[in-house]
Write a protein that binds this ligand. Structure first.
Ligand code: BGC
Length: 424
């Protein structure tokens, strides 16, 4: 078991504190995107359909009121491309007006919005025309971003362009776990290149309208470790594909992979921050692939091992991007809310250690505000600080919501408070 810190940990003034969610996981009724199609595709292994999700589309104002009441100073959410551009070049003013109201609500409740432009889901028409493997995606994403920036940009201080592109390139294109379920390993690198080029196109499109908005990309970073000496090479390869290629591209502008070396004009140093999303480590063996966690390890509902030290490691690795870092996701799926309290305490201690060792960390955004649609794993995986009744949509905060609130309000992790929550 990972023990919580015994000393008080203080964070700097102005530290960003909040929670995150994504449109498809929370809004409900996103039938015009590729994920909805995927949930209903017999080829997918989704255990649930998203359906009404947690009806955040209609309940956003009371949701943000609740989150603001916990003393969060930021909120990360995504807008749904398929609602804004349901057919190529056809933009919905009603959808843009909706997100204007959403943004006004986040501001009104005292939080700084972090807007993700693409969180896994794409309009079906994108999906039908090669998705992220078709290089035209770069200009399509640029156009969509321009529309968003023009209509909503003055309300948006922070943009996360693309969420976890590595996961989409791997699970959706190389494998068959996410839409489009291509299962074609030759697509991994072209898709990676297109994601990186689209990130730069979005920066240009947004900054053309709103030069002061801070823009970054949010990356899922696993601490990949080699099981033994024979596995170092394969670990390095995986780390390169899933992390290093992005850090290098953000720093130098060059995307470099096995059959690709391309400079994306303007990209080197053009981002304002890198968003880091951490869940666990992955121990790789050249002969056996990814190893299961050791039998005595603390694990989560997702089967991930809980390894706070790995959080320090990946935060230090992100220094390679030469950008300020914001943790745009970190959290745990568990039915044991005290395990969540311990997880938050131990991971914040690990984050502070990274800061003490030189990482320019500006904030911590917990995943997730409310239990919601966890992609293929459906509604049984509960990452939220707040539970949601799936029939009535009633929100019931868990004790960890109060615990995290104390941290946000005091800018510190206090061992006595942690102990109170753990012994309650
Ligand atoms: C994603 C979230 C997801 C979370 C927990 C991240 O990979 O950005 O959408 O719910 O992890 O699995």
């Amino acid at each position: 078991m990972n023990e919580p810190p015994t000393e008080r940990i203080e964070f700097p003034d102005g530290f960003i504190w909040g929670t995150a969610a994504a449109a498809h996981q929370a809004e409900g009724g996103n039938w015009s995107n590729d994920w909805w199609a995927w949930e209903h595709d017999p080829r997918s292994n989704c255990v649930d359909v998203s359906g009404d999700a947690i009806d955040h589309y209609h309940r956003f104002d009371s949701d943000f009121e609740l989150l603001g009441s916990y003393g969060h100073n930021a909120n990360r959410f995504s807008i749904e491309w398929a609602r804004i551009e349901p057919e190529p070049g056809e933009y919905s003013n009603a959808a843009l007006d909706h997100y204007a109201r959403v943004l006004d609500s986040v501001h009104k409740h005292g939080m700084t919005p972090f807007v993700t432009l693409h969180h896994f889901s794409s309009p079906r028409w994108i999906h039908a025309d090669g998705g992220w493997a078709n290089p035209e995606i770069v200009d399509r994403f640029r156009r969509y971003t321009e529309v968003v920036a023009r209509r909503l940009g003055d309300r948006i201080p922070y943009v996360c362009t693309i969420n976890e592109p590595q996961i989409v390139a791997w699970a959706g294109y190389q494998l068959t776990g996410f839409p489009p379920g291509a299962g074609d390993k030759t697509l991994f690198w072209p898709v990676t290149r297109n994601f990186i080029a689209a990130h730069q196109a979005a920066i240009e499109a947004f900054k053309g309208q709103q030069p002061d908005t801070k823009i970054g990309i949010t990356l899922a970073i696993t601490d990949f470790q080699a099981a033994d000496d024979d596995s170092v090479e394969v670990r390095d390869r995986v780390h390169h594909r899933m992390a290093q290629v992005y850090y290098d591209a953000l720093r130098t502008g060059v995307v470099k992979g096995p059959n690709i070396e391309e400079e994306i004009g303007g990209l080197g140093g053009s981002s304002d921050f890198v968003g880091l999303q951490f869940y666990s480590r992955g121990v790789i063996s050249a002969s056996q692939g990814m190893l299961a966690p050791p039998p005595d390890a603390e694990t989560t509902q997702m089967g991930y091992e809980v390894v706070p030290e790995s959080f320090t490691t990946v935060l230090k690795g992100a220094m390679d991007a030469s950008l300020p870092v914001i943790v745009t996701e970190n959290g745990i799926g568990t039915t044991d809310d005290k395990q969540r309290v311990r997880y938050i305490a131990t991971h914040l201690a690990a984050a502070k250690k990274a800061m003490d060792e030189g990482v320019d960390l500006r904030g911590y955004i917990y995943w997730c505000s409310m239990d919601n649609f966890e992609w293929n794993a459906g509604y049984q995986r509960t990452f939220g600080l707040i539970a949601v009744d799936r029939q009535t949509f009633v929100r019931t905060p868990k004790p960890s919501a109060d615990y995290f609130s104390e941290i946000c309000r005091t800018n510190a992790v206090d061992p006595k408070t942690t102990e109170q929550f753990l012994s309650a």
